[in-house]
Ligand binder design. Structure first.
Ligand code: PMP
Length: 392
């Protein structure tokens, strides 16, 4: 008996990009301390009051099947929040609650792509994107952005692949680059979508982590609300990665289809998790800023460390919990550099090549350890890059 081609082909062959990460894990398991800067997870836990609210809800009996599209109060709160932040009229009917942003990405592609449809996404990309698209039986089509443009996508590059495609997936603030798309970039993207009748799937899970510039949701651009599905999540904004709670915001008719999909797949999100998510959202922007503050601080530390040397260049770190460092002056690939850094100094960073081809010769650093250790690790990384560059 064999599994389906669809599921056995989900990774598309080739490397899954996690080689370095796995090597670091093996070193840790063998007892070697490793400075872990690979994964996008906060170094704080979900705040106790949120967990207390979850506990209160569960003990209060919200342990049965919850409403599949989401409990009404949470849908309404997400709609209110989205409208307040974007100005786009949004009601509960535009919102479906999902078990995290990842399942929202899958559902969004499933909802708008038929088997074999071409679904565009941008390189460098968050690791799951191509597999998510394949999982929804669409054909992933990767479009390179360029280091020389600080990874802001060019509308002309997207347009060159857009004819006959069904959707375009964008992510700002961006994982892995830390870049926030400018208004000009997003205007260009919107125009390509309109000209080519594309759906836009906008992954905005880092929207509370903005260090420079502003977060613009492309759903708010002219004529875009009817062709945009926004993916949101509490994972990054509220340090709730393990609670698996997020949403899709989009046109009412698509949300109705998405609810049918959820009825036949997830059957919704646990009620006590939804109640805790509502409580967390009600803590307001001050709480979200507290969750983002460590990354804001470490990004400032990184700017100082990097300003003191000339070997490693920092891609504009405008948002999200990552830095993308250009190590091309060492003459090494990102993979070789990350591997050598791990061997020499037990510091684990992600090779840019783990996220596609556009960030070759770069490494991604997650700003997810304590400030002092973070500063020290960056200094060591820069000194190591200098010693590698001196050998070329
Ligand atoms: N999109 C991006 C760009 C991400 O980095 C992540 C998680 N790392 C997700 C979506 C999914 O997040 P979650 O499922 O935890 O909401």
């Amino acid at each position: 008996m064999q599994a389906s081609e669809r599921i056995s082909g989900i990774l598309g062959g080739g490397s899954d990009g996690w080689g370095l990460f796995n090597k670091a894990r093996e070193m840790i398991a063998a007892g070697t301390p490793v400075v872990e800067l690979t994964i996008g997870e906060h170094d704080i836990r979900t705040a106790a009051p949120i967990l207390q609210d979850m506990h209160r809800s569960a003990l209060g009996g919200h342990t049965g099947y919850a409403s599949v599209p989401g409990v009404p109060a949470l849908r309404a709160e997400v709609a209110r929040r989205v409208q307040e932040r974007t100005g786009v009229p949004t009601t509960s009917e535009n919102v479906m609650i999902t078990p995290g942003g990842q399942s929202a990405l899958y559902a969004a592609h499933f909802a708008i792509c038929d088997p074999g449809d071409r679904a565009l996404y941008l390189d460098p990309f968050y690791a799951t994107y191509p597999g998510t698209i394949r999982g929804a039986s669409a054909e992933p089509v990767c479009i390179q952005t360029r280091a020389q443009d600080a990874f802001q996508p060019r509308a002309s590059d997207i347009a060159a692949h857009a004819e006959g495609a069904k959707s375009l997936l964008v992510n700002s603030p961006n994982n892995p680059t830390g870049v926030v798309y400018s208004r000009a970039t997003l205007d260009g993207i919107a125009q390509v979508c309109i000209d080519n009748d594309l759906w836009l799937i906008s992954d905005e899970v880092y929207d509370t982590q903005i260090w420079e510039g502003e977060h613009i949701s492309p759903r708010a651009l002219p004529d875009m609300a009817q062709r945009t599905l926004v993916v949101g999540s509490m994972s990054k904004s509220h340090a709730m990665t393990g609670s698996r709670i997020g949403w899709i915001v989009g046109p009412v008719d698509v949300v109705e289809h998405l609810i049918n999909l959820a009825t036949h797949t997830t059957y919704g999100v646990p009620g006590f998790v939804q109640d805790a998510a509502l409580f967390a959202l009600q803590q307001g922007p001050g709480f979200e800023e507290e969750i983002a503050a460590p990354f804001r601080r470490r990004r400032a530390i990184a700017k100082d460390v990097l300003a003191a040397q000339n070997t490693v260049a920092l891609v504009p770190a405008q948002g999200a919990m990552y830095l993308m460092l250009d190590v091309r002056s060492t003459g090494m690939s990102g993979e070789d550099f990350a591997d050598a850094l791990l061997d020499a100094h037990h510091i684990a960073v992600m090779p840019g090549e783990s996220f596609g081809q556009a960030a070759a010769g770069h490494v991604r650093v997650a700003m997810t350890i304590a400030d002092d250790a973070f500063e020290q690790a960056l200094k060591t990384l820069c000194a190591f890059a200098e010693s590698c560059a001196a050998k070329t």
